[in-house]
Every structure is written in C-alpha cells, then in structure tokens.
Design a binder for this molecule. Structure first.
Ligand SMILES: [Zn+2]
Length: 449
C-alpha cells in the first residue's frame, strides 16, 4: 500500500513535500519522495490524499473514555466543584452505560486522529472499547482510598483486575498498568503498596499530580474544599489528615511511587524547581492537559522548565467530562497559545514543537517510541492524513502551523493503526456508530438533572 500527499511529516526528520509512505502489513516499509516511491514500488495500491499532511497519529497521554457521555454535562465550574458534581452524578450510570460511553469515546478519539491512548479506568470499560475499535492503548486500572484499613484489599483487587485484563486483551496493541488516582484520593499507604507491588517491573504507572491549587493547598496546608467537602462526599470525612508542609510532588515522592521504572504524572501544574528536579531525577514523564487545565481554572504547567530539564513530555485530552470535545487539534492549539500568552517571547514555542509533543513526545512518555510516534521504516503504521485544502490554508506556507493553528477534527481524512484504516473520509470502519446515537441520548438524560 502506498499513501501519497502534498506533505509527509515524519516528525523524526524534516517534512517532505510531495511525499509518500509505503506500508507492508502492519509496518511502515519506506518513507520518501512521491516520484521515487512510485518508481521503486510500481505495483503498490496507491491512495493519494492530495493537499493534505500524512503524519504519525496523535498519542493521547491521558483519557477517561468511559466519561464520554459526560461531555458538556458539568460545565463552567472550577476544578473541585466540577469534580464533586461529576462524582455526584456517576452513581446514575450502570455498567452497560459506562461500557457504551467508552465505545463512544473510542470513536471520537479515532475521529480526532488519535492512534494511541493512555486511559485511566476503574471499570475496565475502556479496555474492550479501545481494543475492539483498533486503538493502541495503555489501560491503567485506577485505584484510590483514603481509608487506611481498606488499602490492602483495594490494591490486591486492582492487581487481580490487571491480571484478568491482561488475559482478556491478547493483542500486541494493548498494555495494562495501574493508576493510584492522586494525592487527595490515596492514603500514603496506598502509594507504598503500589510501589511495593510494582517493584522493579516496568509496569505502566500513572497518577494525577499537582493539578489544581486546591490539591496543593490540601497536601501542604490541609485546607481547601478538597480537604473538607470532597472528603465528606467521598465518605472519608472521618479519616485523619494532617498538613504535610510540602508540595504534592515532594509528598508523593516520599512514598516511593515516583521511583518506579515507568511513571506518567498527569498535570504537574503546581510545581516548583525542586519538584521538577525530583521528576528529572526519577525520570517521571509528564502529561500536559492544557485545555482541561485552562477550562477548570487549574493553571498552566511550566512546559519550558520541563523541556529544559529533559523531561519526557506529551499531551493529554483528559476526561471528556472536563474537556468539551476530544479534539487533539484544539488541544495543541490551546496549549501553544496559552504558553505563548503566558510567557511572551521567553520560551517561545513553535507549532512544530507542539506537534512533536503530540506524537513522538507522547510515545517517549509511554516508552512506546520504538513502535509508534513517528514515521520511520520498521515502526507500526500508525498514520493519519489531515486535509489542508481550505481557502485559509492555501497556499500552505508551513504544514506544521497549518495543522496546529488551522485544523480541526473535521479535517482528519484517515486514521490508521497497525496498517489498518479505522476511519476514512467520514466513515468509521471498525465500529458501527449509527445505532449508538439514541442510546447515548438515553444515557445522557440520566445524568442531566
Ligand atoms: Zn484524569
């Protein structure tokens, strides 16, 4: 199979004008100039996307696909009030509802050009949804409890689930990990228990860390609505909590979880230079969730400082309950503009740098860069085509800025994982989407007051 387009953006090498990609089975076989590939591989079946960019699919470092029916249900609230409102509505959904919501999330991710997700789930709904939709995925089993007496059983149940999920997902596309939710929902003993259970294994581990100012105040000073209202609503109102006097990063560091071999910390907004030094020393990767952080008034992560220290950084769309849509283009654009707005000409980020975070950066953060994240022979064919033929894009001066600053999910022409097209020109090829519509309206009615 030979895919052609005006631009090919390998992300591991300069972009190619009038380029193409040869795919054999699930792998990329060759990347090069259109004329040379047509001459060298005359028998390949050719698809020409015209004035478009062929590039690696997006690596979405942080999703909660099962919350997809929550899109737009809890809007216009700051972080803690948003979290409590979502938590209040969660009980209204059945296991089937969560499962179908995760299927919806998978289709929306694919439509947005996402080819790899790193999803946090308690129910496991996203495992089946991502697997059957054909996505590449790391699925983290979420675990949380502020009740010291329940920690042991919760962590044991989580590892039991992980083993069962591993047995169920036998494709090479899926990996299973564990996600202790975060500092305000996990007892210190829970972090320790996870650290002990993982040990030196390269099990994927993810946690929410230093996201909101309320989390920072709760950990350091024992205050904020996360320390009172949220704990009461969660049934942890009677559990003792003393101010720790340290930042969330330093607090979690002392329980051993950051030193595990394959850790992804989500948000890292409220961090200082000492915190970043800890993340550097422990080789923790960071998921930047720019749009969620902006929407819930959480703040802005110091991206320039992360990159200056050589941290592995990528981008995540976070929960559809917090982000209004799963649109990776909007994610990159918001991230880029917020950083520029905040920093002025200091640490001036380019569209190309953000596209790198969205692809190879995310793959490195998950330690999956040997197989995905860039267009290189031998890697899996995780490829998207993005239309660049709109009037405001022609003639295209710079394909990187055209993709980041002017494109949206509607411009995705192709999403391919492992050499298999999952979405092409408006059609989902791996999931039946038509029967879903009515069902989702029913589910959404349940969570609207
Ligand atoms: Zn999250």
């Amino acid at each position: 199979m030979l895919l052609l387009a005006r631009y090919v953006l390998p992300m591991s090498a300069p972009y190619i004008e009038d380029g193409g990609i040869v795919i054999r089975g699930s792998d990329i076989f060759a990347v090069g100039m259109r004329a040379e590939l047509l001459a060298a591989y005359p028998d390949e079946e050719v698809t020409d996307y015209g004035l478009a960019a062929l590039m690696p699919g997006f690596v979405d470092l942080h999703t909660h696909l099962e919350y997809s029916v929550f899109c737009g249900v809890v809007d216009d609230l700051p972080y803690t009030r948003w979290k409590m409102e979502v938590q209040r509505l969660e009980d209204r959904l059945t296991e089937d509802d969560w499962r179908e919501s995760a299927v919806l999330g998978s289709t929306e991710a694919i439509r947005s050009g996402i080819t790899t997700i790193a999803d946090v789930t308690y129910s496991g709904a996203s495992l089946e949804a991502a697997d059957s939709a054909g996505l590449r995925a790391v699925i983290y089993r979420e675990v949380s409890s502020m009740d010291a007496g329940k920690v042991e059983a919760e962590v044991a149940a989580a590892f039991d689930d992980m083993r069962a999920w591993e047995a169920r997902s036998n494709t090479a596309r899926m990996s299973i990990g564990i996600a202790p939710h975060g500092p305000y929902t996990c007892h210190p003993r829970l972090f320790q228990a996870v650290a002990e259970a993982v040990g030196t294994n390269d099990t994927h581990v993810s946690l929410h860390l230093a996201g909101s100012r309320d989390e920072y105040d709760f950990v350091k000073y024992g205050s904020s609505p996360l320390g009172q209202d949220f704990r009461t609503q969660s049934g942890w109102g009677e559990e003792a909590w003393m101010p720790t006097g340290v930042s969330p990063v330093r607090y979690v560091y002392q329980w051993g979880v950051l030193e595990l071999p394959n850790v992804l910390a989500v948000h890292c907004v409220h961090v200082d230079s000492d915190d970043i030094a800890i993340l550097e020393r422990t080789d923790v990767a960071v998921a930047l969730c720019a749009r969620c952080n902006a929407k819930l008034a959480m703040g802005t992560a110091p991206l320039g400082d992360f990159l200056a220290k050589g941290l592995r950084v990528g981008m995540g769309t976070d929960s559809p309950a917090s982000n209004s849509t799963i649109d990776f283009f909007a994610e990159m654009r918001t991230g880029l503009l917020v950083q520029r707005s905040l920093l002025g000409s200091k640490d001036f980020f380019t569209a190309e740098e953000f596209l790198r975070l969205a692809t190879i950066g995310g793959a490195k953060a998950l330690k999956l860069d040997r197989i995905t994240g860039s267009l290189e022979p031998g890697k899996r064919a995780d490829i998207i085509a993005v239309d660049l033929s709109h009037s405001y894009q022609v003639p295209t001066e710079n394909p990187y800025s055209a993709v980041v600053l002017t494109s949206n999910l509607e411009d995705v022409l192709l999403t391919m994982v492992d050499g298999k097209a999952l979405y092409e020109r408006g059609q989902h090829l791996s999931v039946e989407t038509e029967p879903m519509r009515e069902r989702f309206q029913d589910i959404r009615r349940k969570i609207r007051d």
